[in-house]
Design a protein around this ligand. Structure first.
Ligand SMILES: NC(=O)c1ccc[n+]([C@@H]2O[C@H](COP(=O)([O-])OP(=O)(O)OC[C@H]3O[C@@H](n4cnc5c(N)ncnc54)[C@H](O)[C@@H]3O)[C@@H](O)[C@H]2O)c1
Length: 293
């Protein structure tokens, strides 16, 4: 999809970070926007800045964990603009940095419910709310789903598992669109370390869900990892780098959009190569496994 001017893009998680930077990039291309986020105040101030670029911006407070809320977003978008060309299913959360090192049998089940609810079900609801209407309209279009490099690397935590689901879902959709000879296409974005507010995601945690368990007492390695991880994110790429990759990926119909540090992609390479060589997973510290010694 090469021509973006005067076309319509819907962005979830559009009030901050990668979503907001991509909204700015789309507005610079002359696209009209439907901006969705759970944070109403941040959404309004983002929309004001975007309108100053001379594009039409519809704002809709949306909780992507709720199918009803995402369907209402789609209704509002089609009512206002008549059509939609790009859907960027991008809203996402990570509980605390420590949960990225939690084991599946530790931690709180609430972290799984919240993370899977936003990161995976939120994307699925977006696909199911928009794709049938986009297919019926017959216009050219593109679905872009945000996963992560965490969706290409393994760990038994809610974040990685949710992002693996997004990669699988989107890859299957891409194949479906091509097999249908559809004017729609799909891409998955797998960012590496990006300097955003993702580690402050707890600000949006539903109050009726339980909190994360504090693992640091039994697992001092978890605290060490969390401190290091938060510092590494601050040193990460700016979200505008991801936005540039997204626009380029849509224009060139590139499925895997990988705005990531090379050292993370090297681990992806190691994983897939190891899998094909029938090697057991490489430990996170890079030491060989017992069975490989
Ligand atoms: N920052 C990174 O290093 C990184 C790396 C890989 C992938 N990602 C992914 O990028 C996406 C964007 O995250 P970001 O880094 O820009 O973080 P961010 O916290 O700056 O932005 C995320 C946005 O999603 C919104 N959101 C949270 N829960 C929501 C809900 N239930 N409904 C609607 N909106 C909701 C937040 O309010 C926020 O505006 C996420 O899917 C994240 O998992 C981020």
């Amino acid at each position: 999809m090469n021509e973006l001017k005067d076309r319509v893009a819907v962005i979830t998680g559009g009030a901050s970070g990668i979503g907001l930077a991509t909204a700015q990039r789309f507005a610079d291309e002359g696209m009209h926007l439907v901006l969705a986020d759970i944070e109403a105040a941040a959404l309004e101030s983002a929309a004001d800045a975007l309108r100053s670029k001379g594009v039409d911006v519809l704002v809709r407070r949306t909780d992507v964990m709720s199918e009803e809320s995402v369907n209402a977003l789609a209704d509002a978008a089609f009512d206002h603009f008549g059509t939609v060309h790009i859907v960027f299913n991008n809203a996402g959360v990570a509980a605390t940095a420590a949960t990225l090192r939690s084991r599946a049998w530790e931690g709180s089940l609430a972290d799984w419910e919240w993370t899977m609810g936003v990161n995976f079900m939120g994307v699925l609801y977006g696909v199911r709310a928009f794709v049938p209407r986009m297919l019926a309209n017959g216009d050219e279009g593109h679905i872009v789903n945000t996963a992560s490099v965490a969706g290409l690397l393994t760990a038994a935590n809610p974040y990685n598992v949710s992002k693996h689901g997004v990669v699988c879902l989107t890859e299957g959709m891409y194949l479906d669109f091509k097999e249908m000879d559809s004017p729609l296409s799909a891409s998955v974005v797998c960012p590496g370390l990006i300097n955003t507010k993702i580690m402050e995601a707890e600000r949006n945690r539903p109050s009726d869900l339980g909190r994360s368990a504090d693992l640091t007492e039994q697992r001092p390695d978890v605290q060490q990892f969390a401190t290091m991880f938060v510092a590494a994110l601050k040193e990460g790429y700016g979200p505008e780098v991801v936005a540039d990759h997204v626009v380029d990926g849509i224009r060139s119909d590139r499925f895997y959009i990988l705005p990531s540090q090379e050292e993370l992609l090297a681990r992806v390479d190691q994983r897939f190569q190891g899998l094909l060589d029938r090697r057991n997973p490489t430990p996170r510290d890079g030491r060989p496994l017992t069975s490989d010694r």
